[in-house]
Design a protein around this ligand. Structure first.
Ligand SMILES: [Zn+2]
Length: 224
């Protein structure tokens, strides 16, 4: 193939794919992930479980025109959503789209968001907006997603009755955001079962964001 994914990128994509499956953030062939290297997006192929993807099965796609460069495999059917994000967010180099069950369960009710109940959620994820249900794999979904995620203030988005998208400057950061959000969903669920959940207050959130130790950790994570 004309385009080659670096060994380091292959290892990271395989590692994250395995984690996503092991932690049941998707089931079966659901979910898709991608990274950007220069003007190429490398995305998971359509029809594969993430943990079944071999080194030469990541699909290179030209970001400017959406043309796939893989000789045999098709890119994920959510290709339009990934392309729109890379075209509109120059700060983003990785996208993780999963179907985390507890997150989906909570956001597909009258709860449009999951409250920030612990520091890592504030420091590593931040505010997460939502969109109403849109049919998957459609340009309508890609448009609804980019309508919100073009704002660089956001690095994650809830898709009601569908799943979650998280973004990062690198694939580890994008993945950690998914893991933390599903963890926040569990914490909120448990809290609601045993009592009244207490979300962090605005001044507590500000305190976390101002911590020197947090700023250091952020810098490390952004380096990948
Ligand atoms: Zn999906």
């Amino acid at each position: 193939m004309e385009y080659l994914l670096s060994k380091d990128d292959v290892l990271k994509l395989s590692y994250i794919s395995q984690k996503i499956v092991d932690k049941q953030l998707v089931v079966g062939p659901g979910g898709n992930i991608s990274i950007r290297t220069n003007n190429i997006m490398w995305i998971s192929p359509s029809g594969f479980a993430l943990d079944q993807i071999q080194e030469d099965q990541w699909v290179p796609v030209q970001i400017h025109n959406g043309q796939s460069l893989h000789p045999t495999l098709r890119p994920s059917s959510e290709i339009a959503m990934h392309l729109e994000i890379y075209r509109n967010r120059k700060d983003i180099n990785a996208i993780v789209h999963t179907h985390p069950p507890i997150t989906i369960g909570i956001i597909s009710t009258e709860h449009n968001e999951i409250p920030a109940m612990f520091p890592d959620f504030v420091a590593l994820v931040g505010k997460v907006p939502f969109i109403e249900y849109v049919v998957p794999c459609s340009t309508e979904l890609a448009n609804s997603v980019i309508n919100i995620l073009q704002d660089p203030a956001y690095n994650a988005l809830y898709l009601k009755n569908h799943g979650l998208i998280t973004l990062g400057t690198n694939i580890m950061q994008a993945y950690y955001r998914t893991e933390i959000i599903e963890n926040a969903a569990k914490v909120f669920w448990v809290s609601k079962t045993v009592g009244t959940p207490r979300a962090l207050l605005e001044h507590e959130i500000q305190e976390i964001l101002n911590l020197e130790a947090e700023k250091y950790r952020q810098k490390l994570l952004e380096r990948g």
